[in-house]
Write a protein of this length. Structure first.
Length: 262
């Protein structure tokens, strides 16, 4: 079992199973990913409200990957253990762009940008009065789709994608279906903190350093020990009433035993 490093000097901004893998790992290996923020490094600590409109149209989340997992085949389940998520820079940002998200445009008619100080690794600080505890997680984790061509990173999908699930912090485990050979996993869009969703389309966005360990559950393979307990089935004798047609088969039966490697 090895630990690999994968930087963000090269990124992709769409899901596409034709993209060549940047790294190939074995099940059980760990990868430390460097990820860019959702704005692809557009903002800096000196950015202002006016920069929100200067940013231009969204072209897709910058993702680090793809990573090929050896032996992963369609029908398998990819197991992603989130070991650690840390800021990759000392600041984060939140932007409000009129007309986007769920905020009423009448109340938020002007673009707004908040630059957060996350340098202490514990809080996102707006000023001396507001400090939001950090709970960092990757907003986008996913595998390649089994459909040709490029696909947007914006929606969540059966293959993962832009899920923005704030509970996917260090210590959590994510299970994704493998749809193509090697799975072709990518990650990005790290958040320093987020509420229950993104009403303004952004959280406390940040550059990230995400450490993940990959496992593989083969299709039709044996379950893990924690989920391998079988329910006990009892066959109860019944007496058919004279007014009913007697049953011709058993009501229930024990499942056939299956031996699994331990």
């Amino acid at each position: 079992m090895k630990t690999h490093q994968l930087g963000h000097e090269e990124i992709h901004q769409e899901w596409n199973n034709a993209l060549p893998p940047r790294l190939e790992v074995d099940p059980g290996d760990t990868v430390v990913f460097e990820t860019r923020d959702a704005a692809n490094r557009f903002y800096s600590k000196g950015s202002t409200h006016d920069d929100v409109l200067r940013r231009g149209p969204f072209r897709g989340h910058p993702l680090t990957g793809p990573v090929k997992i050896r032996g992963a085949r369609p029908g398998d389940t990819l197991v992603i253990e989130i070991l650690d998520v840390q800021p990759g820079a000392d600041f984060g940002w939140t932007a409000i762009r009129p007309g986007r998200g769920l905020l009423p445009e009448t109340d938020f008619a002007k673009p707004f940008l908040q630059i957060w100080d996350i340098s202490d690794g514990r809080h996102a600080r707006m000023d001396h009065r507001v400090a939001v505890p950090l709970a960092p997680f990757p907003g986008v984790m996913g595998v390649a789709l089994d459909e040709p061509g490029g696909h947007s990173t914006m929606p969540p999908r059966r293959a993962g994608g832009n899920m923005d699930i704030k509970q996917l912090v260090a210590g959590a485990t994510l299970f994704l279906p493998v749809l193509v050979e090697g799975a072709l996993f990518s990650v990005g869009d790290a958040h320093a903190a987020q509420g229950d969703g993104e009403v303004c389309v952004t959280a406390v966005e940040m550059m990230g350093r995400v450490t993940l360990r990959f496992g593989l559950r083969p299709a039709g393979g044996c379950p893990s020990r924690s989920s391998s307990r079988r329910r006990r089935h009892r066959t109860r004798p019944t007496t058919a009433r004279t007014t009913r047609r007697p049953r011709t088969g058993p009501i229930s039966s024990r499942p056939r035993s299956r031996r699994c490697a331990t």
